[in-house]
Design a protein around this ligand. Structure first.
Ligand SMILES: [Zn+2]
Length: 155
C-alpha cells in the first residue's frame, strides 16, 4: 500500500458507491441486520475497504456472532482505527479504515477468542473481498486455551 493514496472527493464517492454504501461508509450509517452479502458467506480471502482498498480483515478471522452483521475476532494490524462513539445514548467504540477514515462498524469486548477478546462488528457494504489474497491458516482455537492457562488467575 502506498502513502500517496488520495481519498476520493465526496462527489466521486457518491457517484461510485450505492446510496446505502455511501450512507454507511461516509455518514456512519448501519445496514439493516441480516441483509449483508458477507453475513453467511465466508469465502477464502481478504476483506478490503470498499473506498480505498486497504486490507482490513482476513477471512480466517470471521465467525458467526448471530448479531446480523459479519463479525471478526481480529483486524489486520494497523488497518483499523478505534474511536470513542457516544451517539445513540450508548458508549461504543467506532471502527474506521485507518487509511481513508471510512466508517466500518463498531468493536466490542465480547469476542469468542480469549487471545483477542474482540468482536469487530462490520457492515457488509463497507467491504469487498479480494480472493487473490489468501490468508495464512490460523492456529487452532485450542492455542487460546493454553495461552489463557499460562496467565495468572484469581480463584
Ligand atoms: Zn479505506
Amino acid at each position: 500500500m502506498t502513502q500517496d493514496f488520495k481519498i476520493p472527493s465526496e462527489e466521486e464517492l457518491k457517484a461510485r458507491l450505492s446510496a446505502e454504501e455511501y450512507e454507511v461508509l461516509r455518514n456512519k450509517g448501519t445496514e439493516i441486520p441480516y441483509t449483508g452479502d458477507f453475513l453467511t458467506k465466508t469465502p477464502d480471502g481478504t476483506f478490503i475497504c470498499k473506498v480505498c482498498g486497504q486490507p482490513l480483515f482476513e477471512s480466517t478471522a470471521k465467525y458467526e456472532s448471530l448479531t446480523g452483521w459479519p463479525s471478526f475476532d481480529q483486524a489486520i494490524p494497523g488497518a483499523v482505527t478505534e474511536k470513542a462513539d457516544d451517539s445513540h445514548g450508548m458508549q461504543r467504540t467506532e471502527i474506521v479504515c485507518s487509511r481513508c477514515g471510512s466508517h466500518l462498524g463498531h468493536v466490542f469486548e465480547d469476542g469468542p477468542r480469549t487471545s483477542t477478546g474482540k468482536r469487530y462488528c462490520v457492515n457488509s457494504v463497507c467491504l469487498n473481498l479480494d480472493e487473490s489474497k489468501k490468508p495464512a491458516p490460523r492456529a487452532p482455537a485450542q492455542a487460546d486455551t493454553e495461552e489463557t492457562a499460562a496467565e495468572p488467575t484469581t480463584p
